[in-house]
Design a protein around this ligand. Structure first.
Ligand SMILES: [Zn+2]
Length: 121
């Protein structure tokens, strides 16, 4: 038996991140993930930066697995924008289709049909 979950069975929205571990907690399934890149682009000026200012965790509500809530605990980095002409001095990295600035629920939900829409046998 392998402990490692094959990457191919990860839901599509999680393939852009590195899933470090999955835990079963009383409040639901916790998927611990981080973004697997060295740099990020400033949303204001598009300049890339590798200068990490801080790291923190975001808790995103994912689509429930039946009655079980699913939480994505995503480690996010805040970068310094090194472009002195840019109005943003820092910015948080985002994952397309997974995070939106200051959003707690991943977007867009319409792209990922809920389990309720799958025909039941
Ligand atoms: Zn910038």
């Amino acid at each position: 038996m392998q402990d490692q979950q094959p990457v191919g069975v990860l839901p599509r929205h999680l393939r852009q991140v590195r899933v470090e571990r999955v835990e079963d907690w009383p409040d639901g399934v916790h998927i611990h993930a981080k973004i697997d890149t060295d740099e990020a682009a400033c949303p204001a000026c598009q300049a890339t930066s590798r200068s990490v200012r801080e790291r923190y965790q975001r808790r995103l509500a994912d689509t429930p697995l039946g009655a079980t809530p699913v939480w994505i605990l995503l480690q996010v980095r805040r970068f310094n924008c090194l472009n002195t002409a840019c109005s943003k001095r820092t910015f948080a990295e985002q994952v397309p289709d997974l995070t939106v600035p200051r959003g707690r629920r991943r977007q867009p939900r319409a792209a990922f049909p809920s389990l309720a829409e799958v025909p039941h046998r």
